[in-house]
Design a binder for this molecule. Sequence first.
Ligand SMILES: Nc1ncnc2c1ncn2[C@@H]1O[C@H](COP(=O)(O)OP(=O)(O)O)[C@@H](O)[C@H]1O
Ligand SMILES: CC(=O)N[C@@H](CCC(=O)OP(=O)(O)O)C(=O)O
Length: 268
Amino acid sequence: MSRSPIVIKVGGALLDDAAAMTRLFLSVKEVQKSRPVAVVHGGGPLVETLMASLGLKSTKIDGLRVTPDEHMPYICGALAGSANKQLCAAAIASGLTPVGLSLLDGNMVVCEPLADKYGAVGTPATADASFLKSVLAQSVLPVISSIGSSAQGRLLNINADQAATVIAELLDAELLLLSNVDGVLDGNKALIGELDATRIEEYSAAGVIVDGMKVKVDAALQSANTLSRAVYIASWTADITDILNKNTGTQIIPCETSSLNGVLGDNE
Ligand SMILES: Nc1ncnc2c1ncn2[C@@H]1O[C@H](COP(=O)(O)OP(=O)(O)O)[C@@H](O)[C@H]1O
Ligand SMILES: CC(=O)N[C@@H](CCC(=O)OP(=O)(O)O)C(=O)O
């Protein structure tokens, strides 16, 4: 088995399922015996609940949460605070040694505001890998929230799938995006085993891949292209080794691979 690190992104709905969290962290503990692992997490449902209880209206555009700067203290508290520490506590209960971090720690990732209409929402880019590599070298488990900062120090809310792709790029890692569905589903709700750029465009245009899944698939494709390896979208109830062995979930195939296969196929 390859020794390259694995980045596992978990969606926020996992926080509502204590048994699934335990199973996942026990599985991470197994994988960690042979490869370094970093976890990146979301917390969308937690943010929704908090905003509602505060009487604050929260909307999304194209799967991204519109985030006025004055909402940031709450969103930061929910993601970098509650969600991050809940996951760290679950990791401890599974016998792991977690270290809770956010994108803005250790100059790992630098973010830029996306566009005014989104407010304090950013796009992340890799900065310096040395801090995260030194954390991984200590055999602890980084658990990273998607709160980032601009170079000027503006706190930014980053979609957690996009956060995970930059962490994977920072480490040249394999990337697993784990969610509350088995993978990307077609119009009949059947699992799609493999997707390349062309089929992603087709399914998106047909309205089959929408909302959070559209953001996830786009982030996965961009990352697959940058890393020149497939990115996996699967359920957090699936076994990690099964996902890597392509027995379950959806593989997002990088453009170079699909065109390379085409060239090889033509020559056969
Ligand atoms: N084609 C599709 N296949 C699977 N899920 C889809 C698809 N299109 C939209 N979705 C929705 O996307 C959700 C997963 O995205 P999201 O809620 O952002 O997950 P996460 O919080 O795990 O990142 C699914 O629960 C489903 O409601
Ligand atoms: C800009 C943006 O949309 N940020 C997301 C960050 C959390 C997230 O992505 O959580 P999931 O992985 O659970 O969806 C949000 O505020 O919901």
